[in-house]
Design a protein around this ligand. Structure first.
Ligand code: R5P
Length: 291
């Protein structure tokens, strides 16, 4: 009989872990010198019959040791005879480092090359950033919790894409959630500076929800909200799967034109003020149970 067992790594302990599946028993600790130690407490071959799927739920969020923990776990599981090992990344970072200039390290390539050392069954990434680039490096399935976007968009008239990169996704959200769609165009003259130049569509007296995969510095959503408000929007909010909220962004977002900022807990953001956090534990459970 097919059975599933799960492991939540330390980077995703905040997710709703009420999933009704047995956990793989393991020890993870730091030696007194700080080195990482991982041990799977299950060695007998018959415990891991090949009908048993192991699901590691993890993310690449800093500290970088979280990634080392994943590699140690994969090694320990493989060496103790686990047959079908699957990974769900609640967030797969380093995608913005996939394309590197001369002399720069390619973060995404390094991580994917390590992953390929292990005989993995399925890899899922929740709302992969730069999905086509990562697809060139890794065989994975991109999964998006559209319920999160449809629930948050209920009180809005229009779904808006803050830039070209988000347009295809935002259009999909609009279709699925039965909303009007508009697109914005942006340029990024410097890393943390964003210019929104064009709005394709009218937002006069409308409540607009901007959607994207990530909010990092917040510059994209803030610039988009400013332009939309100037163009007559009644209210502008933002929804993104990953609330990365890089240093200093929370304050900027809280004092911005945005009314609400909705994110999931893929990376454990802090709720408060305008920021509302939605748990994706149940979504992960659905993915595991329907695989
Ligand atoms: C393209 O740049 C991306 O899809 C996002 O718009 C971006 O990563 C969000 O970043 P930030 O919050 O720093 O503007």
């Amino acid at each position: 009989m097919k059975a599933n067992m799960i492991i939540f790594t330390r980077s995703v302990q905040h997710l709703n872990r009420t999933i009704n599946l047995p956990s793989v028993p393991y020890i993870i600790k730091q030696f007194s010198d700080g080195e990482l130690y991982v041990k799977i407490l299950r060695q007998a071959q018959d415990d891991w019959d090949d009908e048993k799927d192991i699901w590691i739920i993890t993310s690449t969020q800093p500290p970088a040791e979280n990634i080392l923990e994943l590699f140690f776990l994969l090694d320990a599981l493989t060496r103790s005879g686990a047959q079908k090992i699957n990974i769900i990344f609640s967030y797969f970072g380093y995608a913005r480092q996939a394309i590197a200039q001369a002399g720069e390290a390619r973060g995404a390539q390094v991580i994917t090359q390590f992953l390929q050392q292990f005989p993995l069954n399925k890899i899922y990434i929740i709302h992969a950033h730069a999905a086509p680039v990562i697809h060139d490096l890794l065989n994975f399935t991109n999964i998006i919790d559209f319920d999160f976007f449809c629930n948050t968009s209920k009180e809005y008239d229009v779904i808006a894409a803050p830039d070209k990169g988000a347009a295809e996704f935002a259009q999909q959200v609009a279709q699925r959630c039965n909303k009007e769609f508009i697109a914005l165009e942006k340029t990024r003259p410097e890393h943390e500076r964003v210019l929104i130049q064009t709005i394709h569509g009218s937002v006069q007296d409308k409540k607009v929800l901007l959607v994207d995969d990530i909010i990092s510095t917040g510059s994209t959503m803030i610039a988009a909200a400013n332009v939309l408000k100037k163009s007559g929007a009644l209210q502008v909010s933002a929804a993104a799967t990953h609330g990365i909220f890089s240093q200093g962004s929370q304050e900027k977002l809280q004092t911005s034109e945005l009314t609400k900022i909705y994110v999931t807990n893929s990376v454990n953001p802090t709720a408060g003020g305008k920021i509302e956090v939605y748990d994706i534990g149940k979504f992960i459970e659905k993915v595991i149970k329907s695989s």
